[in-house]
Design a protein around this ligand. Sequence first.
Ligand code: S3P
Length: 172
Amino acid sequence: MSNIILIGFMGCGKTTIGIRLSYRLRMPFEDTDKLIENNLGMTISEIFSKEGEAFFREKETELLSFLLEKSIDNTIISVGGGTPIKEINRELIQRLGTVVYLRIQPDTVYERIKNDKSRPLLQEVNPKERINSLLRERNSKYEAAADIIIDVDHMGMDELVAQIEKQCAKIM
Ligand code: S3P
C-alpha cells in the first residue's frame, strides 16, 4: 500500500513531521496514538494508569490490523514510539507501506521532552537513564522495521521533510 509510516522514539518529531509532510504531499495524516485516545475516550496517560501498558500495547496491534483490513491508502501514518517493539507490529507496519525511521540521539530526546508530562514511560526520577536504556533496547527494532532511516538531530524541519520526500520518491 502506498502509505508512509513514521516510526521512532518519543520526541523524534513523528507528529510534527507527519503533518508537514501531509501538507507537502497532499496526503491525509493519521496518528495512531490519537486514534486510540479517540476510540477509548481517554488520554494515553489515563490509559496507562487505568488499564496498564499491556492493554495499550494490545490496542496498538488491534488498530494496525484494523487499518490494514480497511485498506487505508495514500496516508501518512505516525505510530507511537513503542509500537515497533512487538514483532507482529513490525510486520503490520511493513505491510501498511513505506516505513521511515526518524532516528534521534538520547540527548536530543531529553532536551525536547524534559518538561513534558504526557509521556507516562518518562515520568521517572531519572528520565535520562530511562531514555538511554529504552533507546538502546529499541534502536535495532526500529532499524529492522525501516525502509528508510533519517537522522533528525541536526536537521531543520524543512530539510527533514524534503529528505523524506526525496527518499520515499526513490522507492515508492
Ligand atoms: C510510547 C510513546 C508514545 C505513546 C506512549 C508510549 C513509547 O508515543 O504511544 O506514551 O512506548 O515510546 P509518542 O512516541 O508519539 O510520544
